[in-house]
Design a protein around this ligand. Structure first.
Ligand code: FE2
Ligand code: FE2
Length: 262
């Protein structure tokens, strides 16, 4: 019999008597601590893989714990734990842990995530769509490409607004507090504006997914289509978790900073 070890706790008996192992449920229950081995986190939840470059962590860390890797890389362990727990565990709410969070580190982390989307994820998706157009001889590919291009424009606008307006605003707030400025510069913006317009870009991925799953006619090459869907779902997951960090960490922090200077 195969021994699934710790994953046994996640097996759900289904009506037909078979079972599935739901790793995401496992991670939802698990709060990662400084003593957790980093390799265990990655082995249990592949979503954590994309987080590593956001902290400048390379694979090959052996059996080192989160704390040991963070010390080696000069990352505040608490900051790493907060990000990873919010990203991987939808039931995790940071609450008071936000108080001493390093704002510069948070902004760098968010900007690194954006860079990953812009320099890695989106170009790869573009390559796949191009390949799809080449191998699938169907005029509907043009429709798919149009959909995709429109979506990417929206994603880029979303990221650009954050990079050029929201993040610099939070950085300026933090800088003024650090400088202990005698009087604070008037900034004609507040985090409420960001909160209001912070839409769910990941939701629009549904149209693209539906097109590929339900409506696009069957084509000779099945695998390229599955590859695109896999990538889209992966992107969707990443964007959802990224948005949670902006909503649950960035916005509350900015509100705290605003209170300090008001
Ligand atoms: Fe963002
Ligand atoms: Fe966002």
């Amino acid at each position: 019999m195969i021994n699934f070890g710790v994953l046994d706790i996640c097996q759900n008996l289904q009506d037909n008597g078979s079972f599935t192992i739901d790793n995401s449920d496992f991670m939802n229950q698990m709060i990662i601590s400084g003593n957790t081995k980093l390799a265990d986190i990655v082995m249990q939840d592949k979503r954590s893989l994309v987080l590593l470059p956001r902290f400048d962590i390379d694979l090959g860390f052996g059996d080192r714990t989160v704390k040991q890797v963070c010390q080696q890389k000069n990352i505040h362990t608490d900051f790493f734990l907060l990000m990873v727990n919010v990203f991987l565990n939808k039931n995790y709410f940071p609450d008071r842990k936000l108080k001493n969070l390093d704002v510069d580190m948070l902004l760098r982390y968010l900007e690194n995530s954006h860079r990953y989307y812009l320099e890695e994820k989106i170009p790869y998706l573009e390559t796949l769509i191009e390949e799809f157009k080449k191998v699938v001889k169907n005029p509907a590919t043009l429709q798919l490409e149009k959909f995709f291009r429109q979506y990417i424009v929206e994603v880029k606008e979303h990221l650009a607004y954050e990079d050029q307006t929201a993040f610099p605003y939070v950085a300026a707030l933090s800088e003024q507090i650090k400088q202990n400025a005698a009087h604070f510069d008037d900034i004609d913006y507040n985090i409420g504006v960001f909160e209001q317009r912070h839409d769910n870009i990941e939701e629009k991925l549904n149209d693209l997914k539906s097109l590929l799953i339900k409506y696009f006619p069957p084509s000779d090459d099945r695998y390229i289509r599955i590859r695109i869907l896999n990538e889209l779902m992966d992107f969707e997951d990443d964007l959802i978790n990224h948005a949670r960090i902006e909503d649950k960490v960035l916005i509350p922090i900015a509100e705290q900073l605003e209170k300090k200077i008001s």
